[in-house]
Design a protein around this ligand. Structure first.
Ligand code: AVJ
Length: 321
């Protein structure tokens, strides 16, 4: 097999499916109903997220890509030569492709993602474009410990965690995650992390309430996914999208708001909703530069450098273990 670290995809009914249903039932049973943001990304959800990144109000993706392009040489200089570059939650390889031309040799590129099919197709596409590159995809949940391909043990390690995915984690969990990355990568590693910055509330609110309604469709798609995969009768017209920046908590919150009193059945279990009651579907934490450095330091990483765009919208940090 070309990619020996890729496990076969889980068949329907296997543990990954069961835990989605269990998480949904537990989240809807809580006093304040909630669902985990990682479940947004089914096939349609991933396509909707790609569409979000093209909305004029959604500045993070294009701003991060511009920083990677402009600062590519400096970012490459912060990485050890001939490193094994591990991307946590790689998704599409669009971002690493911006870095690759700047890197001085690479022992291997190791994309890590739970979505085994997407991982395989992205890895195949990358190998077609870069025949000289050793690509070693690993199908794993990056929030849990996993092993890197053993024959990379002697290569210096670099990590890549772009996209401000770190913002989806509570600060405490973000710290635990960064500690885990340090453990996976080992001493002497360098980690490149993309982090969205605190800014004017109006700019943040607009980014999560695009005029075309793509973020609303992305949020509501979670209910369609539950209807299909868990077995439920959510009426998507009976819920509306809400997103706002909470300046005290430093985070965007996304919710699905019940438009009326209603009863929804999920996997045979009835759940009542009162008018205006919400399901909390996502947090997206924003950091200041010193705020993120402090979080990283608490997790065993020293800040080497940080790059931002001229408007100070987004940041890319280089950390060393
Ligand atoms: C992929 C988690 C960085 O928080 O901005 C975009 C997800 N949610 N619009 C973000 C998202 C609504 C995104 N991250």
């Amino acid at each position: 097999a070309p990619f020996p670290h890729l496990a076969p995809a889980a068949a329907p009914g296997e543990p990954s499916d069961r835990s989605f249903a269990q998480d949904v039932l537990a989240g809807l049973s809580a006093p304040r109903k909630h669902l985990a943001a990682k479940y947004f990304y089914d096939q349609r959800g991933s396509a909707l997220f790609e569409a979000i990144t093209r909305q004029p109000e959604y500045y993070p993706t294009r701003t991060e890509l511009a920083i990677l392009d402009r600062e590519g040489p400096a970012i490459a200089a912060a990485l050890p030569a001939n490193a094994a570059l591990v991307e946590f939650g790689s998704g599409s390889t669009a971002k690493v492709r911006r870095l690759l031309p700047h890197l001085r040799g690479l022992a291997a590129y190791v994309p890590v993602d739970v979505s085994e099919e997407f991982l395989r197709s992205e890895a195949e596409a990358l190998v077609r474009d870069r025949a000289d590159l050793r690509v070693e995809p690993v199908a794993a949940d990056f929030t849990r410990p996993f092993a890197l391909p053993g024959d990379l043990a002697d290569a210096p390690r670099a990590g890549f965690f772009p996209g401000s995915t770190i913002g989806n984690f509570e600060p405490e969990a973000a710290s635990t995650l960064l500690r885990g990355f340090a453990r996976t990568l080992g001493p002497g590693a360098v980690l490149i992390v993309g982090v969205d910055l605190v800014k004017d509330k109006a700019v943040l609110d607009a980014a999560y309430n695009d005029a075309a309604g793509v973020t609303a469709a992305f949020n509501l798609n979670l209910l369609a996914r539950i209807n299909r995969e868990v077995g439920a009768d959510f009426d998507l017209d009976a819920f509306s999208h809400a997103a706002f920046f909470d300046e005290n908590l430093g985070r965007i919150e996304m919710h699905l708001v019940s438009r009326r009193s209603q009863l929804v059945t999920v996997a045979g279990v009835p759940f009542g909703f009162s008018p205006g009651e919400t399901i909390h579907t996502e947090n997206s934490y924003k950091y200041t530069l010193p705020g993120f450095r402090a979080l990283a330091r608490g997790a065993g990483w020293e800040s080497k450098a940080a790059w931002t765009d001229a408007a100070g919208l987004f940041s890319v940090h280089a950390l060393s273990a």
